[in-house]
Ligand binder design. Sequence first.
Ligand code: GLC
Length: 638
Amino acid sequence: MNKVNKYRFGIPVNTESIVESMEIADEAPHRVDVDAQNRTIRYVMSPETVVMGLGESIRGINKRGWIYESNNTDQPHHEETVRSLYASQNFLLIWSGSDMFGLYLDYPGKAVFDIGYTREEDLTVTLEDMNCDLYVIEGDSLEDIVIRFREMAGHSYIPPKWAFGYGQSRWGYRNESDIRNVVKRYREAGIPLDMVYLDIDYMDHFKDFTVDDQAFPDFENFVKEMADQDIHLVPIIDAGVKIEKGYDVYEEGIKGDYFCKDKDGDPLVAAVWPGYVHFPDFLKAETREWFGDKYKYLVDMGIEGFWNDMNEPAIFYTRNTLQKAFEKLIELTGKELDINGYFELTATVGSISNNEEDYRSFYHEIDGRPVRHDKVHNLYGYNMTRSAGEALGRNYPGRRFLLFSRSSYVGMHRYGGVWTGDNSAWWSNLELNIKQMPALNMTGFLFCGADMGGFNHDTTEDLMMRWLEFCIFTPLMRNHSAIGTREQEFYQFEKTEDFKNLVSLRYALLPYIYQSFMTAVTENRMYFKPLCFDYTSDRRVAEVEDQLLVGDAVMIAPVYKQNASGRYVYLPEKMKLLRFRSYCDYDEEILEAGDHYVKASLNEVLVFVRPGHRLPVCIPGKSLADTDMEDISYITFD
Ligand code: GLC
């Protein structure tokens, strides 16, 4: 039984997140209670109900016990008490024993999901206005429901094969000699590498589609020099276009009327890296076409991959928020501050960035009509990446490009992947990475990963290594960190040999990783699954959130605690444990179903092969081009 019912309330914006056309049911929704007056959708959970979904969000795989907001935010604190991160994927999978169903709420404004936060048994979704499409998806299993949802939303994006290699990134590589040095050190250490990412430093004054010619005097040749060493350079593109007379992207944007407008009809002025910028109106088809074509500037110089950033959109400040802060400072100057004055001061200065008032102050043009930004806020990053994806498809038919984004919404999964933004070098953020992956996969985002080792703050060698051990399995495998933090390229650490063996293990497992990814794309399935998807009769597995199924043959149990020399693992059935130190150095052991304490030294990865399956392994090279993915041997478990 794979039935979907679509219900409509008010006059929703057409987000194009769902590609299948469907009749709108005229009866009242089943499964949930909708109170249009109070803008709420409510479901009563039983004590055993598990609620999964919400894509890139905070906390566990089971979302019960917290309040989440779909409100794409430049949020560098990935802590359990925040409510929103950079993405909104309003899909829920509600599972109460033999009864289960999916909910997809196609609503691009702010939606609040109170999942047992106010009242233990209440799941209440509250919208800003009642203009939305609601889909209720029935199925016989959790995976069935996901497949049905994904059929509606369209197939996921496929990157080029080399994008499954390992990539080094860092905000702060200043010029070509910095990058040459990174590649040289990796090659000298024998650690495989396929990509080096270019952060904002490569641009001329942070202007999109420019290259700083002091730092890169002959960029095209440099791209080629890197390509000759099997290295793909992957530049960042930011959402904001610098306001600067004579800068072609700015001039064309003004001339073509491609920018978002303020209430007076002038292009909105907001500040990000380059200072004051205008934001392209990606919700307007003409803007998407124009901006997307701009990627050609870099593709023509040999670039084949991009990461789209700051596209919530992030706003450092506007004239309005800045003015208010200055006025407050003047008002308080010379005064002795009591506690209220002190709070007022910090609150005013602290609210200049990503201010809700600013998001209510500008407009998009959708089908010729003005629409206030906050009503469609969560569609911005999606449409920036769609603009790139559509243009690359149009201009280079049949070619695959690497493309991923920070901000997203369901629908964007057809054009690119995501990385999970500015996490921190915390063990808790490694754990979060493990839990976010299956939730993202449910909603179609298969090509995804986090900043390995942590973006903010100084990492440690053991955190880096444990994080790498998990990222061996994430389709997007990237080491990225912020300027000013400890350098975390693998050759910077003492145990370089272990890092080499672990990255090489990723390459050895690529035949399996790639095949499992492609199966997930073509069959609308998940690459990472919680255990309860396949072991439904065992209620205990619903509580196992730190072990994941990867493809059909493998279960992983990453170690994510500092100073741990192993961990507890729950096996829902008998499995073969492989304790890898490198692709050719590992122990094997058959473990019965049940609880086990499994040892895993810092340089060891725990991989479990499921009965009746086999794990293909190839010989890793220094890059993907240097790795023969056809020449494989198998580790089997009958
Ligand atoms: C944002 C991105 C981060 C990048 C930085 C500078 O914070 O999320 O990845 O390094 O901007 O471009």
